[in-house]
Write a protein that binds this ligand. Structure first.
Ligand code: UDP
Length: 329
């Protein structure tokens, strides 16, 4: 039996494909390569196409014996979602509907879903628990929550079991040095700081220094991408063992401020660079830190690569060896 990974050529998707292959799983990928990279696939069978292409999806399910789906394919930029809501509802929500429809027709009853901390919105308290209020503050988070809710009903009515994984800040790169983070345009803190250390950017901008945190900058929970990938593999095993649907946070449990991350990058790379303070970015909560106790207890998840220095070191190795990302070679 094979596992279908939608969006498998993306950042977290490609690292998950790598973990699945390392465990001897058969992998089928569907990716429209809008933001994914063919070169990030270390194996598996690629269908280059879009989830909204129903004929292609039906063909994929008929040509392969799929017993579980890991669903990453989505647009995921908060800022863009606030300018282009139609794009987000169409690709994320309608794309998921097409996928669930194809799964139902093919009799596939297991799905692991790539969700996000953005489903919570401004947290009531930290660390955030899975039972806390979900009130997204942006279109991206709202579409992901809608996708989760669809899965709840597709379970209740059709018996399609799901595990939803709500992640915090993914960073880092694969131990092999073969794959890493390459978003275009880049908007995430760790790769932007590394690009600054490489001299590709003049400076790194801190978005807001007036938050109610010890140093005034936002605190986030950074988690190594391969630890996230492990959790997806465990979630598939969990569903294969006959478990009920469930929702899990995936984070490190420890927060770091923007200034702390910058300091750590300077330490790891040995490069000094210019840092400037800019106004706040719209929609940024001051602190986002997860409790991942439930994933540890229920899934047996044990993130082992998520010490901040290690995350940055692995990302630095990828960025310095591939300064132009996947276009370097
Ligand atoms: N950030 C920043 N400068 C940048 C990019 C990000 O200060 O050039 C901050 C951002 O405001 C947030 C944190 O870094 O507090 C992490 O942002 P990122 O976009 O990486 O992830 P998010 O938390 O939005 O998912």
């Amino acid at each position: 039996m094979a596992i279908l990974v939608t969006g498998g050529a993306g950042y977290i998707g490609s690292h998950t494909v790598a973990e699945l292959l390392a465990r001897g799983e058969e992998v089928v990928v569907i990716d429209n390569l809008q933001s994914g990279h063919k070169e990030s696939l270390l194996g598996g069978k690629l269908y280059e196409g879009d989830l909204r292409d129903k004929a292609m999806l039906a063909k994929l399910f008929s040509e392969n014996e799929i017993d579980a789906v890991i669903h990453f394919a989505a647009n995921s930029l908060v800022g863009e979602s606030m300018q282009k809501p139609v794009k987000y509802y169409d690709n994320n929500v309608y794309g998921t509907l097409c996928l669930l429809e194809a799964m139902e027709e093919a009799g596939v009853r297991r799905i692991v879903f790539s969700s996000t901390a953005a489903t919570y919105g401004e947290p009531e308290k930290v660390p955030i628990l899975e039972t806390d209020r979900t009130e997204p503050t942006n279109v991206y988070g709202e579409t992901k929550l809608t996708m989760e809710r669809m899965m709840k009903w597709f379970d209740q009515v059709l018996g399609i079991k799901y595990v939803s994984l709500r992640y915090f800040n993914a960073a880092g790169a694969h131990d092999s040095g073969k794959i890493g983070e390459d978003h275009r345009p880049e908007s995430h803190l760790v790769p932007l700081i590394l690009q600054t250390a490489l001299g590709q950017r003049q400076e790194i901008a801190i978005f807001g220094e007036d938050y109610s945190t010890p140093d005034g900058t936002c605190i986030r929970d950074y988690i190594h991408v391969s630890d996230l990938a492990d959790a997806h593999v465990l979630a598939v095993q969990h569903l294969r063992s006959g478990a009920e649907s469930n929702v899990f946070n995936l984070g490190n449990g420890q927060g770091f401020s923007v200034k702390e991350v910058i300091t750590k990058v300077k330490e790891v790379t040995g490069v000094d660079f210019k840092v400037t303070v800019h106004p706040r970015r719209a929609g940024d909560p001051a602190v986002l830190v997860a409790s991942s106790e439930k994933a540890r207890t229920v899934l047996g998840w044990n993130p082992s690569r998520s010490e901040l220095g290690h995350i940055i070191q692995s990302a630095w190795e990828w960025h310095s060896a591939n300064p132009q990302g996947y276009g370097s070679k």
